[in-house]
Design a protein around this ligand. Structure first.
Ligand code: CDP
Length: 227
């Protein structure tokens, strides 16, 4: 008999550490619903900018988070450097985080019948959003490697890139994410830290899969031959 499973996987890490690529590929292979929680903060930040507001002002940011319409933005708009910086400003505001929390938790709890669970990536999934996740991976890479990856990503999308600007943005964003008082970027006590500085995407995927399959419900599922 098949085991009912609602596996929850939490993937956290700093900007351009490779967590998004990893989470997307894990979701495909393990039939998990994927939620890129950064896109919620990015959409909130862009909504503030588009309506002439200031992402550092609480009332502007909360209003945007409450009326969020993700379908309004293209993936390209969301992945721009401008959106990333605006996201980290609105994400600094505790009341914005509180507005976005319920939606993230509801995806983890109810991923939909087509899925065996959910995988969420962000900064605080293992610590705040899903502290009871079955598997927690904190993806790291050195600043130099992450800057190279972000430059590559922006160049592939045809965005103008100035290395000094990307370096400054990423350093400031890292600092804001790590130093904020609510839900700072840090590994949960029970997270497995995966340093991808010397790994390509395939290598990171292989070790992450081994890790997840060795923990939690997937151990049972694979014995039961359902995945
Ligand atoms: O892709 P990248 O890692 O550059 O950024 P992202 O995951 O899309 O997140 C953009 C910004 O949103 C981050 O710098 C954080 O400030 C914020 N964020 C957060 O605070 N908590 C999350 N769970 C996800 C993103």
């Amino acid at each position: 008999m098949k085991q009912a499973v609602n596996l929850v996987v939490a993937i956290d890490g700093p900007a351009a550490s490779g967590k998004g690529t990893l989470a997307r590929r894990l979701a495909d292979i393990l039939t998990l619903r994927y939620l890129d929680t950064g896109s919620l903060y990015r959409a909130t930040g862009l909504t503030v900018l588009n309506t002439g507001g200031d992402p550092t002002i609480e009332s502007d940011a909360v209003k945007a988070s409450e009326s969020l319409d993700l379908s309004y933005f293209s993936a390209e708009d969301l992945r721009s450097e401008e959106a990333g910086v605006a996201a980290s400003h609105v994400a600094f505001i505790p009341s914005v985080r509180a507005v976005l929390l319920d939606f993230q938790r509801s995806v983890a709890a109810n991923p939909g019948a087509a899925f065996k669970g959910a995988i969420l990536d962000g900064r605080d999934i293992g610590t705040v959003v899903c502290p009871g996740a079955d598997s927690k991976i904190f993806v790291e890479a050195t600043l130099e490697v992450r800057i190279k990856r972000r430059l590559q990503e922006l160049m592939e999308r045809g965005e103008p890139v100035i290395e000094a600007r990307i370096r400054a943005d990423m350093t400031a964003r890292d600092k804001r994410d790590r130093d904020r008082s609510v839900a700072p970027l840090k590994p949960a006590d029970d997270a497995w830290v995966l340093d991808t500085s010397n790994m390509n995407a395939d290598e990171a995927l292989a070790v992450a899969l081994d890790h997840i399959r060795g923990t939690g419900p997937f151990k049972i599922v694979s014995l039961d031959d359902t995945c």
